[in-house]
Design a protein around this ligand. Sequence first.
Ligand code: THU
Length: 127
Amino acid sequence: MNTLIKKAVAARKNAYAPYSKFKVGAALEASNGKVYTGCNVENSSYGITVCAERVALFKAVSDGARKFKRIAVVAETKGPCPPCGICRQALHEFSPALEVIMANTKGRTRKVKLKNLLAHPFSLNNH
Ligand code: THU
């Protein structure tokens, strides 16, 4: 298993998912090589739950990082776990060329470019 996926697997252990019981881990590699991890954090007020990918992204951005090379996402899914639409848009803001490594806990993986996962990203620059 590649290093970034291993970090996502480790981050997943901290997932706070008492409602869905669906634990997700993410590991985001910045352009300088630093890796930021995240897990999903749920809440009694379901709608304010934050996905693992955005936890990793916001940790990174708040640390000053702005450009990213790769993200690994892992969950206990049948096939490799894809990031949700909100997370795709959030990641696209910083790195449209991001490589997304989808994985599951059984070690199945799939690599896709973010621009191929998010066909028509929203951008204020298009207005
Ligand atoms: N979740 C993520 O962490 N990432 C995704 O890309 C999709 C969904 C979380 C949110 C919630 O805690 C649980 O998975 C079920 O939707």
